[in-house]
Design a binder for this molecule. Structure first.
Ligand SMILES: C[S@@+](CC[C@H](N)C(=O)[O-])C[C@H]1O[C@@H](n2cnc3c(N)ncnc32)[C@H](O)[C@@H]1O
Length: 213
């Protein structure tokens, strides 16, 4: 029987992402610096704006930040102390190019999030954010379960009892995510996707907020 845990694809490889971001990096040098908007991201940003309306000076880390779109959106909306992590050298170069050109007060580091010891040195954050990165790790061709375990250990190490972990998944359902994270995390709430196409989109995307157990 087909099991999602056994599903693997090209998305789980560093080479794949390096290639994607190399192309973006090439385009970037010839274009103006306009952070890309992302359809799902706006629901998370709106939720955060509502939750943190009185204090946006919080520490946020974006795990697998890619080209930095989420971080730039946070900066534009007045959130402070922002860090992005990605293991793709080209993603980090791309993000840092925008940071430099826009003079954003944040930084982006090249790091493998399954390297638990290295990541522990990053410290503790109020918000740990993941959009598509746990999905990506779940689609690795080798050691998938072990890599998921190491990644979740990193997430746990970046959190205190007050921190939240916001995860957006395009491949796991709500029940599956709750189960996969159940050893160390407990579901706090779901960030709803609202609007005209919400019924269809909610079937494809899950955005959950977790706390440590
Ligand atoms: C699906 S993309 C999402 C990018 C970004 N979060 C977004 O929503 O646009 C997944 C990202 O996770 C990064 N990634 C995957 N596994 C990683 C790992 N073990 N350590 C650090 N970054 C990783 C990839 O390089 C890629 O940029």
């Amino acid at each position: 029987m087909f099991k999602k845990e056994d599903y693997t694809s090209q998305y789980g490889s560093k080479e794949f992402w390096n290639e994607i971001y190399t192309k973006e990096l090439e385009i970037f040098t010839d274009s103006d610096v306009t952070p890309k908007k992302d359809g799902v991201q706006k629901y998370i940003i709106n939720w955060l704006l509502h939750q943190y309306k009185n204090n946006r000076d919080i520490h946020i880390i974006d795990l697998g930040c890619g080209a930095g779109a989420f971080l730039f959106d946070l900066a534009i909306n007045g959130f402070g102390t922002l860090i992005g992590i990605d293991y793709s050298r080209n993603a980090v170069a791309l993000t840092n190019s925008v940071i430099q050109k826009k003079s954003y007060d944040m930084y982006c580091i090249e790091l493998d999030l399954t390297n638990v010891m290295e990541c522990k040195r990053l410290g503790i954050f109020d918000i740990v954010h993941d959009k598509g990165t746990f999905d990506d790790i779940s689609q690795r061709t080798e050691n998938t379960k072990e890599m998921q375990r190491m990644y979740l250990k990193t997430v746990r190490n970046l959190m205190s009892k007050e921190s939240i972990f916001i995860i957006t998944s395009f491949c796991w359902t709500e029940d599956e995510l709750v189960q996969l994270l159940s050893k160390q995390f407990v579901k706090d709430c779901k960030i709803p996707i609202t609007g005209k196409f919400s019924k269809d989109i909610n079937k494809l995307v899950t955005i959950l907020v977790f706390r440590v157990k």
